[in-house]
Write a protein that binds this ligand. Structure first.
Ligand SMILES: Cc1ncc(COP(=O)(O)O)c(C=O)c1O
Length: 370
């Protein structure tokens, strides 16, 4: 062992890098395919609205200049959109970038966060990279949240509980009344409740309480949102948080000054003004989700109902099925990578992409046996 091995921060030795869904280029290259369908990262496949395309085109004239470091217009628009003060809004390079900055601004080395399991792996990763310790709490068998289990896990160094609502990869929601109950009981313990609402815009269930409402009812809540999902801007990397002013101020001391680029700021601003388009994408996604769900049930596959733009399927030989789909140009997500063995997570794509997935899956299952 050389001294160089001692140079990286000690706690990084236990940090596993995130493995994202496979890029189309890699599959095209590796398997010599021309037509690849990417259903592994819960992106929105529908074309962007005209107003957003125009904002992107207009923004290109200014890319020789640094972006507005304060993202003044975007933060004001987000604040208006959710009915909060601009001083309660922070923006960053996707939820991922926001999480990195948030944890760097609230965690001392050795502080704990509580994270239900399975969930989006980036919470553990970004908290660990900031010196935090992640305590997993298993979800119940039906994937619901064990509120008392979470509270029992709180210790003297617990800084925050992080929930994903709807949860990735299980797709279920924590009903509003449970969320408020949890927030209040965490407040008594001086613990933050961080809620990642990456898929909030897809939810139509009346039991769902949007984070902005929760934020107004409890003083210890931080909500994370993104332009990567229903707004269709994953490639531009824009996410945001709303939170108590003191947290947002701390965030402002740690953040990368120019973390949200100028094209992203203009595009996100335009996207916020396209509420009708967002509702249309939601409705088309839900209609496709129902159709795919029904077709999968017809193939004898158990499918978990979700509130987001993906489905979770139980398949007998998940890894083989996943590989078989990949070889035929359909990229889905292996549930095991997200903590759920024996499952696949598939994003709802365009109707023709979903058809391709269904027919390739049928073919693969016929070959390897159901
Ligand atoms: C729960 C959840 N949060 C956040 C993200 C990523 O968001 P962003 O692109 O804003 O980093 C994802 C992406 O898959 C996700 O599933």
């Amino acid at each position: 062992m050389s001294w160089m091995d001692e140079v990286p921060r000690r706690y990084l030795s236990s940090v596993e890098p995130y493995r994202p869904g496979k890029p189309m280029e890699e599959i095209t290259r590796t398997y010599g395919l021309t037509e690849v369908v990417r259903l592994c990262s819960n992106e929105n496949p529908w074309p962007l609205p005209q107003a957003v395309m125009e904002a992107i085109a207009a923004a290109k004239d200014g890319i020789n200049r640094y972006p507005d470091p304060e993202a003044y217009n975007l933060k004001r628009a987000i604040a208006r959109h959710l009915g909060v003060s601009p001083l309660e809004v922070a923006v960053g390079g996707g939820t991922e970038g926001v999480l990195c900055t948030l944890f760097q601004s609230i965690l001392e080395e050795g502080d704990h966060i509580i994270v239900p399991s399975p969930t989006y792996p980036v919470y553990k990763l970004t908290a660990s990279a900031a010196g935090g310790v992640c305590d997993p709490v298993p979800l119940l068998e039906d994937f619901s949240l064990p509120v008392d289990g979470v509270l029992q896990m709180c210790g003297p160094r617990t800084k925050a509980v992080v929930l994903c609502n709807p949860n990735n990869p299980t797709g279920n929601i924590v009903p509003g009344k449970d969320l408020l109950n949890l927030a209040v009981r965490l407040e008594e313990r001086h613990v933050l409740l961080i809620v990642d609402e990456a898929y909030a815009e897809y939810v139509t269930d009346p039991r769902y309480v949007c984070g902005a409402d929760l934020f107004r009812q409890a003083s210890n809540v931080v909500i994370l949102r993104t332009f990567s999902k229903i707004y269709g801007l994953a490639g531009l990397r824009i996410g945001y948080a709303i939170g108590p002013k003191v947290i947002i101020e701390a965030f402002g001391k740690v953040r990368r000054v120019f973390s949200v680029n100028s094209v992203g700021q203009r595009a996100a601003l335009a996207a916020l003004g396209c509420g009708d388009h967002v509702a249309k994408v939601r409705d088309m996604t839900i209609a496709e989700r129902r159709r795919v769900h029904k077709a999968l049930s017809g193939l004898g596959i158990r499918v978990h109902d979700t509130h987001a733009n993906f489905l979770l399927l139980e398949v007998p030989r998940a890894e083989e099925t996943y590989e078989g789909l990949l070889l035929n140009g359909v990229i889905v997500r292996l549930g095991e990578d997200l903590g759920l063995k024996g499952t696949l997570r598939v994003t709802i794509g365009l109707p023709e992409e979903n058809d391709r997935f269904l027919s390739e899956l049928d073919r693969v299952l016929r070959r390897i046996g159901r």
